[in-house]
Design a binder for this molecule. Structure first.
Ligand code: 5RP
Length: 352
């Protein structure tokens, strides 16, 4: 393996622990503006720094990732069908190697559809892509895409991964399944696992943990990160398993802690923006009803009158309070006797 290829691979699979956290945001190439990835730039910005590499299409890379980013790019170079078309497996190579180099890709990626109508076309394309890519020391990631009618079991996934590796793919991406060790053991190149459809956060972390335990080098996760209510918390939790050797409980606790912080920040920002949007809230109430206090008085012209009546009552009976004391001259005295330290303690509190 030549120096350039090794160097590029080491950006994706970290050499110190042989692990990889790839963030997948290439879904639009056949799904269009899929849920919660409608604005890739906004989605990518807060989570980019937590992944080792980003899986993108050239369109998203150009428009939604800063060229000053130092995150390695894994560039999808295949496409041609959409979710509403006849057959998703009908893909070709759509991006040249020159373009991948221009975009400073650290690897190129394409899908193969083993067992589908266009199996032959996609597998031959993988072989051709490896021929071309190796001229430039560019690693190839083969995505083992599964058609609707095919089960994601160990037998099928082992076959698809092995076919990809035999064509010369340097990394293979596949799905997690029962007996996943078998898939890993029969594939001679590193395997990374796709997250798949959105599932509860704890389950996605369990999938991450199980994949690593079974021998995958890491994850290429998309929907289970950016379709989460808390993508920044979720990517950090997944990262803690891949690079921090956390177990599922530890990772899920981290997720919950970061999610709670995220909620707090969100509600603070909401309050802030409410105030900013309506700085004259209190002012305008008064402005809307300048006669508010006036009218209250007008509605109850006797309010002050009755206050005055109380005043005059007192004047008529100046001994009212006096006579109460006279009826019980020892009132205060007996209180002090019951609690002789009353004043003492309040003084000692003051001196502290
Ligand atoms: C789409 C892909 C995705 O990158 C891959 O499926 C990973 O994303 P997710 O975790 O959402 O499944 O290859 O074709």
């Amino acid at each position: 393996m030549d120096w350039g290829l090794k160097n590029r691979l080491s950006r994706i699979i970290k050499p110190h622990n042989n692990r990889a956290l790839m963030l997948a945001v290439d879904h639009g190439y056949f799904l269009g503006p899929t849920e919660k990835l409608e604005n890739p730039k906004k989605v990518i910005a807060p989570i980019l720094k937590y992944c080792d590499s980003l899986m993108v299409t050239r369109g998203v890379q150009r428009t939604s990732v800063s060229p000053t980013s130092d995150t390695p790019m894994v560039l999808r170079v295949s496409g041609g069908s959409s979710i509403i078309g006849d057959d998703l497996s009908q893909e070709d190579i759509t991006v040249s190697l020159e373009e991948a180099i221009r975009l400073n890709a650290s690897a190129v990626a394409m899908s193969i559809f083993v067992g589908s109508k266009y199996e032959y076309q996609t597998i031959v394309n993988l072989g051709k892509l490896v021929n071309e890519a190796e001229k430039y020391g560019m690693p190839v990631l083969a995505v083992t895409a599964v058609g609707k009618e095919l089960g994601k079991d160990a037998r099928y996934l082992s076959l698809a991964c092995r076919v990809a590796a035999e064509q010369g793919a340097h990394i293979v991406k596949t799905y997690y399944c029962d007996n996943f060790e078998k898939v890993v053991q029969s594939c001679p190149v590193p395997i990374i696992v796709a997250g798949g459809k959105k599932i509860p956060e704890r389950d996605a972390l369990q999938l991450t943990y199980n994949s690593i335990k079974a021998g995958a080098v890491g994850l290429d996760m998309g929907r289970n990160i950016w379709q989460s209510e808390h993508p920044v918390a979720m990517i950090q939790a997944a990262r803690s398993i891949i690079h921090g050797n956390s177990n599922v409980e530890q990772a899920y606790s981290l997720y919950k802690k970061l999610a709670a912080q995220d909620n707090q920040n969100k509600s603070k920002n909401q309050n802030k923006s409410k105030k900013q949007n309506n700085p004259n809230q209190n002012k305008s109430k008064k402005q809307n009803n300048p006669n508010q206090n006036k009218s209250k008085k007008q509605n109850n012209p006797n309010q002050n009158k009755s206050k005055n009546q109380n005043k005059s009552k007192k004047q008529n009976n100046p001994n009212q309070n006096k006579s109460k004391k006279q009826n019980n001259p020892n009132q205060n005295k007996s209180k002090k006797q019951n609690n002789p330290n009353q004043n003492k303690s309040s003084n000692s509190n003051q001196s502290k």
